[in-house]
Design a protein. Structure first.
Length: 135
């Protein structure tokens, strides 16, 4: 009288298997999302590490800027250089376009943290410059 019907057991098994398959599919989706998140985080970590190696050395940055400012083409440019603990500010009221092109070519092709750059054309061959680089 209290016997379990085999159809009830089969129905219970079907319900349990359906529930497990549903849970398994949702876990697969979560695993794929976690994998994508891991790949994104790994790429970000690699990028940050490479940026740190470029920007984290203030002495290297200072030496490179000093090497740029010691060029022959910039000697007659009347550059006003203000060196501070964390930055350098280069200003001039009038600079030849050849000297400006030389300076900008070296600065913009390097990896420097430029916080301020203002160039104003004064004439065909002259310009004014305000440049601030932090490290």
């Amino acid at each position: 009288m209290n016997r379990v019907n085999p159809l009830q057991i089969a129905l219970l098994l079907v319900v349990v298997i359906t529930f497990l398959l549903f849970k398994l599919s949702s876990l697969k989706e979560e695993l794929l999302e976690a994998n994508e998140s891991y790949k994104t985080s790994e790429k970000l970590a690699i990028d940050l590490n490479s940026l740190k190696s470029v920007y984290a050395s203030p002495k290297k940055t200072q030496k490179a800027i000093n090497r740029i400012l010691a060029q022959r083409s910039l000697r007659g440019a009347n550059l006003e250089i203000k060196r501070e603990k964390k930055s350098i500010k280069i200003t001039t009221k009038s600079i030849d376009t050849a000297a400006l092109n030389s300076l900008m070519g070296k600065i913009l092709n390097g990896s420097y943290n430029i916080t301020l750059l203002k160039i104003k054309r004064l004439s065909e061959t002259k310009a004014s410059l305000v440049l601030e680089i932090k490290w």
